[in-house]
Ligand binder design. Sequence first.
Ligand SMILES: C[S@@+](CC[C@H](N)C(=O)[O-])C[C@H]1O[C@@H](n2cnc3c(N)ncnc32)[C@H](O)[C@@H]1O
Length: 196
Amino acid sequence: MFNEISVILKERMEYLEKIDLADRTDGTPRNKRLRQISADTGKFLSLLSVNLPEGEIIEIGTSAGYSTLWLAFAARETGRKIKTFEIDPDKVLLAKETFRIAGLEDYIELIHGDFFDYSAQLGQIAFCFLDAEKEIYERCFTEIAHKIVVNGLIVADNAIDQYEGVKPMINTATDDNRFDCLIVPIGNGEFICRRK
Ligand SMILES: C[S@@+](CC[C@H](N)C(=O)[O-])C[C@H]1O[C@@H](n2cnc3c(N)ncnc32)[C@H](O)[C@@H]1O
């Protein structure tokens, strides 16, 4: 999977990595920064999502599509499709560009809007990557927990570097007997919930 990343795709990933790095120091306002996952986290998401049960694969918080690309490698491998949600119009434009350049549009459905306006319409979910504002993590968990299929996963980013923000979700999920949960120290810390 990782050996099949094309030169064009690698270049787009490096381009986004550079913007993300510059964002962190050049005074770009927080809501306009790309705030991407690390490459290691991306590989981890690919590996986790390549062997999923039946159900939707979703991402909450697309930004410019960097994390979506990693999920899309697995989707290409397995012939599946990701639904990714992004509320910010400028980031939607960047993400569209990313998916077009990467040639992975067939494996990605980009939805411009607030995730909560769409969550009720979702069917059974096999995988959710949660990477939006930390204040909404617990609500996202509550909205989707009952839709996660057996052996399905929720993976939430920033469980270590923004532990206090993610804590309400961590506590709610850990207390929920339907899930086995663990924080994995990769990238910014990934909180994984597996539906029993
Ligand atoms: C941390 S960034 C996502 C980074 C991206 N996952 C990556 O690694 O490339 C969080 C994104 O979530 C988006 N967002 C926040 N609340 C949202 C909501 N309710 N629905 C959809 N997107 C939302 C923000 O606009 C922002 O672009």
